[in-house]
Design a protein around this ligand. Structure first.
Ligand code: ZN
Ligand code: ZN
Length: 197
């Protein structure tokens, strides 16, 4: 490793797809950039992800402020995953907006525990973008807003099976609650237990 791994000191590659150059941005000056970059890996939650390498579209505004650079960005990307109800494929898209201050490198690196720091003129949008995108991923994605899910009897996708799908009930219905040991609905008489003689 050519560089000591001191906290907050990470030399950025100016050609990195999510590295932006804030050079010549004095306080009050603004520059915007549009980029389409391949989505980095591991943008995922349990059931849905932004596929690695998918087109991630960025609109980034860099604004010079006294403390550093204020970044306002919107990012949009495709999503692919699994429906939380029927396990069918889900494809959709996400769009997030984020705003973060990238401060000039603090003279005492230990003082600034959180917040983003510029590396000279460069700033790496990836961690902020990753947080914003992953936080926005749906935990329970649905293939359609009214997905009826799976049949509890046979497991077929109800959306495929049609409205008439059903199963004849074999035998009598089970009692609404266990006669003795289970919880009794409030207000219902509690069956008395016979004492053994
Ligand atoms: Zn579904
Ligand atoms: Zn069924």
């Amino acid at each position: 490793m050519p560089y000591a791994s001191r906290k907050h000191v990470k030399r950025l590659d100016p050609r990195g797809p999510l590295v932006f150059d804030a050079r010549a941005l004095g306080p009050g000056s603004v520059r915007t950039e549009e980029r389409a970059v391949p989505a980095p890996a591991d943008l995922r939650v349990e059931l849905v992800s932004i596929p690695e390498g998918a087109d991630l579209h960025l609109h980034v505004q860099l604004e010079g402020v006294a403390e550093g650079t204020l970044v306002t960005a919107t990012a949009s990307a495709p999503l692919s995953g699994e429906c939380a109800r029927c396990l069918g494929p889900v494809t959709s898209a996400t769009k997030v907006r984020l705003q973060e201050l990238f401060a000039y490198e603090a003279p005492d690196a230990g003082a600034d525990a959180d917040g983003y720091v510029q590396d000279g003129d460069l700033l790496d949008l990836e961690p902020a973008l990753r947080d914003a995108l992953v936080l926005d991923l749906p935990l329970a994605p649905l293939c359609s807003g009214d997905c009826p899910g799976l049949c509890v009897e046979c497991g077929v996708r109800l959306a495929d099976a049609g409205a008439g799908h059903g199963h004849a009930q074999p035998g009598a219905e089970p009692p609404p609650w266990p006669a003795r040991d289970g919880p009794t609905p409030a207000g219902a008489p509690v069956p008395e237990l016979r004492k053994e003689r």
